[in-house]
Write a protein that binds this ligand. Structure first.
Ligand SMILES: Cc1cc2nc3c(=O)[nH]c(=O)nc-3n(C[C@H](O)[C@H](O)[C@H](O)COP(=O)(O)O)c2cc1C
Length: 471
């Protein structure tokens, strides 16, 4: 089969912004639709707890190993609107069997729904930094026949080997970063497809393409030399892209409002990229017809676009939140800040200033710190040699008790709860302070005006494709 190289990749946007509906629409239209693989175990469980879960229950029926399905259905059923969501186990290096099953099935269902009813290609996006659920997630996506796996926010040099092994139902392992430890191969996350399937038949699987999302040609060259295999292509993301950004290289200065300044060392050498001889796409500020032409002229196969799709009708953002954002775009009152503190990962993270969301300092300050989702926790070594987990956005005293530095907690936001609330799956709290959304976006948000219908404050994903392709 010849490889299909799409002109447009609809970027993977977590948590849940790159929904199954969005990816399905884009893939059906002949481009590469991508679902977000971030925190799917959690969002899938919450979807099963909401009215309208029939589509997820139906998708589960296509999962090849039947035993686990009944367990999950028994565990998560529809709750009343007033009740909080039942807790889901937080990810760790060695998750319980139940959590592993939930993650595999969640990733399967997400890809299955994105692929449903058409022959187009579908991808799934992961963040390298979120390591604990990676193996189970990749296996679930491959079981559903995912065509592309894309991974950014880190150095995914072992992923080609992981994909190869899991496609063949072989055991795979991934060394997990432990805070302050240099040697990276002591704590291993492991996954065994055969143990997972128990005695059920293993389906034949097709190996997906792997695209590494990178910020520099240097990283592309490094990944090409990995002893664990090389990527099939690259998405080169520039710092105006939404979500997490690669920090500037080396020591860097800040603008007056505290945003990082990128310099000469961050400029991508497109000639060096071309010399690698692998297909590449450009992302970050290319989401317009000129951007596509510019990318093609630089030797790219096409572009990866996020922001324009993020606020389309089909995206996972909660509908009234999207309308609010687009109204502010038209009124010219929205701003996008690259916040170097907000993300517990320490990576710069783009936050859109939207009324009534956690971008407002007072609103965030009134939120009681709590860490109950745990996707961005880091592993650390306790005094007794065992592994613990901590997040700089958790209650300060807890973080410090676990050996974290108090200065690392300043300005940190709970991305997990904020992003999940943005897709309408926010937790209800007993104290009445329900979790509020945090909106991430690329700088391109400011330029979405031409796409927006001024009566409904909306537009569709197909409008975005037509706009980009000038059709
Ligand atoms: C709301 C939002 C969330 C995003 N989340 C992720 C993510 O989870 N993983 C990732 O690799 N990129 C993420 N991105 C980046 C996009 O996949 C894409 O590369 C980027 O948005 C392209 O730049 P543009 O927004 O200027 O079109 C996100 C972007 C947006 C707007």
């Amino acid at each position: 089969m010849t490889k299909f190289l799409p002109k447009i990749i609809q970027g993977g946007m977590g948590v849940g912004v790159s929904s199954t509906k969005l990816a399905n629409t884009v893939s059906r239209a002949g481009q590469l639709g991508v679902v977000s693989g971030t925190a799917l175990g959690l969002t899938f469980a919450r979807r099963l707890m909401q009215k309208g879960n029939e589509v997820y229950l139906e998708a589960m029926n296509h999962f090849p190993f039947k035993k686990v399905i009944e367990k999950i259905k028994a565990k998560f059923s529809v709750k009343s609107d007033q009740d909080p969501f039942k807790m889901v186990e937080m990810p760790t290096i060695h998750p319980s069997e139940d959590l592993n099953e939930l993650i595999v099935v969640a990733n399967f269902v997400e890809v299955h729904l994105a692929k449903k009813g058409h022959n187009g290609v579908v991808g799934i996006n992961f963040l390298e930094k979120i390591q604990f659920p990676t193996l189970a997630s990749i296996y679930g996506a491959i079981l559903a026949g995912v065509d592309y796996i894309l991974m950014g926010a880190g150095i995914p040099h072992r992923i080609p080997d992981v994909i190869k092994k899991l496609t063949n139902h072989e055991d795979a392992s991934l060394p997990i970063k432990v805070a302050n430890e240099q040697q990276n191969d002591i704590e291993l996350s492991t996954f065994s497809p055969k143990a997972f399937a128990q005695d059920e038949a293993l389906p034949e699987l097709t190996k997906p393409q792997f695209l590494a999302i990178i910020g520099s040609h240097t990283l592309a060259n490094y990944l090409m030399k990995s002893e664990f295999g090389s990527p099939d292509g690259f998405v080169v993301e520039l710092p105006v892209a939404g979500g997490h950004n690669a920090p500037p290289r080396g020591n860097y200065a800040l603008t007056e409002s505290g945003e990082p300044i990128y310099g000469a060392r961050d400029v991508v050498d497109f000639e060096a990229l071309k010399a690698i001889n692998k297909p590449f796409w450009l992302a970050g500020g290319f989401g317009n017809p000129d951007g596509l032409q510019k990318a093609l002229s630089l030797g790219a196969v096409g572009i990866q676009v996020g922001t324009a799709f993020a606020f389309s009708n089909e995206s996972g953002f909660e509908a009234t939140l999207k309308q609010r954002v687009l109204r502010q775009v038209i009124e010219g009152t929205v701003r996008v800040k690259t916040d170097i503190k907000a993300s517990p990962t320490g990576f710069p993270f783009k936050v859109a200033s939207v009324e009534g969301t956690l971008s407002e300092d007072d609103t965030y300050a009134s939120r009681k710190r709590v860490c109950d989702l745990g996707y961005l926790r880091e592993a650390y070594r306790k005094d007794n040699g065992s592994i613990g987990y901590r997040c700089p956005s958790e209650p300060v005293e807890d973080y410090v008790r676990k050996g974290g530095k108090v200065e690392d907690t300043v300005g940190r936001k709970c991305l997990c709860n904020g992003l999940v609330a943005g897709i309408g799956l926010g937790q209800k709290r007993k104290n009445g302070h329900d979790e509020l959304p945090l909106v991430t976006s690329g700088d391109d948000l400011l330029f979405l005006g031409p796409l927006v219908d001024l009566e409904s404050y909306s537009y569709s994903a197909v409008d975005v494709l037509n706009y980009l392709l000038n059709t």
